[in-house]
Design a binder for this molecule. Structure first.
Ligand code: FAD
Length: 405
């Protein structure tokens, strides 16, 4: 039998790796170590239905706890790995105990960027949304009439804004850049999403940064903004991006950039250590990227499982992503990095549309707003390498299906 696989991080990728190995009938001993006190679960609902109170936590977990015992996966919860001793091939936990491995997998995810304490980041009433505990603390604040400041107009901030408005919370969202979704989507997508938020009564202030939060008795009470204005707030959500959890890797001397550097098989600079999910930096078309999505966490983990089970192909990410805000589903296929042209196609239903991205004429990604057909078609085109005719794509009289042939 192969020696023990230790997986550090019992989240989306860590679970997917263990589950896929068992599916592949790989019977090596597996220990799955997680810092949280609950079995592995999916995070996306934390800023959507779970935060809204419309989804029980039980529906977030990937498996009941008995699955782990039944599948000989030793699940260690509330356990933080502090150190990797690569020479001795073992990890050290926070209680000082050690565990040996033959193969190590790092699936440690990422951590929200925090606001510095010097500008009020440590005040009570300042939240991030990363795990169940964050969402539970936050949901206690989400009451009608309270005033919420959201810092950052990315997906997490916008989703939290939608939940808050749904619950009658007064929302001001500030974004330092020229517009919301600047880093991840085209202007047309941002314009459409902004309009939806404004329609629901959220206040969105772009080109507006935070100077400092103002506290009273240790609790946040207000904010001074970069345009000189002051606002009163009851609580704050910080959604200004995440940082990969790569400290363990770095301290053990593995190659690290903006995340743990891996090759196309998920292998780090130490051949007995793999990394996957949010914490990993992978090769993609001549550059190194980090992807923060369920798709990447699962697909990369499953690719590593295939390698460990004795087969495996180079992992070539086929990104897809979604975001739910109010009654709007934004679905994204492909990776729009470096796009130089966009094409907007109105959908069949009112308010539905899709934004198609091109780089040097090549179709690379699509954002579909309440337009499942555009999403499915665009995803299929990307998977099969079909290059859509832009003239036909722009013509709404042409059925998208026609473009697939
Ligand atoms: P995680 O799922 O974060 O798991 C990492 C785990 O490792 C954590 O439990 C952490 O506690 C643990 N850990 C870290 N260090 C240690 C250590 N030293 N010892 C032990 N345990 C450790 N993606 C989408 O595709 N669509 C969405 O709509 C979407 N919405 C999201 C909404 C929210 C609120 C959040 C937070 C994320 C969302 N994502 C979404 C992103 C997606 O959830 C992540 O990309 C995915 O969870 C990454 O999986 P992972 O396994 O790399 O990390």
């Amino acid at each position: 039998m192969t020696g023990r696989l230790v997986i550090v991080g019992a989240g989306q990728a860590g679970f997917a790796l263990a589950a896929k190995l068992r599916l592949l009938k790989d019977d090596r001993p597996i220990t799955l170590i997680g810092a949280e006190d609950v079995p592995p679960y999916q995070r996306p609902p934390l800023s959507k239905k779970y935060l809204l109170g419309e989804m029980e936590f039980d529906r977030l977990t990937f498996r009941q706890e008995n699955w782990y015992a039944e599948n000989q996966v030793d699940l260690k919860l509330s356990t933080h790995v502090e150190e990797i001793d690569r020479a001795a091939r073992r990890v050290r936990m926070q209680d000082g105990s050690v565990l040996g491995y033959e193969t190590l997998a790092l699936a440690t995810g990422s951590t929200p960027r925090a606001l510095p304490a010097a500008i009020g980041g440590d005040l009570d009433g300042v939240f991030v949304v990363r795990d169940k505990r964050d969402a539970d603390l936050l949901s206690g604040e989400m009451r009608a009439g309270r005033r919420l400041l959201i810092i950052g107009g990315g997906y997490i901030g916008l989703e939290a804004a939608a939940v808050a408005r749904h619950l009658g919370v007064e929302v001001t969202l500030i974004e330092m850049a020229d517009r919301i979704l600047q880093r991840v989507a085209a202007k047309e997508t941002a314009d459409a999403m902004r309009a939806i938020h404004l329609r629901h009564g959220a206040v969105i202030r772009e080109k507006t940064g935070l100077v400092r939060l103002i506290g009273e008795g240790g609790k946040v009470r207000g904010a001074e903004l970069s345009d000189g204005s002051m606002i009163e707030v009851d609580f704050v959500i910080v959604g200004i991006g995440v940082m990969p959890n790569d400290r363990l890797a770095q301290e053990s001397g593995l190659d690290v950039g903006n995340g743990v550097i891996v090759d196309e098989f998920g292998r780090t600079s130490d051949p007995s250590i793999f990394a996957m999910g949010d914490c990993a930096m992978l090769p993609w078309r001549g550059r190194r990227i980090r992807l923060e999505s369920v798709q990447n966490a699962v697909d990369q983990a499953e690719a590593v499982a295939a390698v460990l089970a004795g087969g495996g192909e180079p992992y070539d990410p086929k990104p897809w992503f979604w975001s739910d805000q109010y009654d709007v589903k934004l679905q994204i296929a492909g990776f729009n990095l470096g796009y130089d042209e966009t094409l907007v196609r109105p959908g069949m239903r009112e308010g539905s549309l899709s934004i198609w991205y091109f780089r040097e004429g090549e179709f690379i990604a699509v954002d579909a707003i309440n337009d499942a057909k555009a999403y499915v078609t665009g995803k299929k085109m990307l998977e099969t390498g079909i290059a859509p005719d832009k003239r036909l794509l722009a013509d709404t009289a042409v059925d998208l299906k026609q473009l697939l042939s």
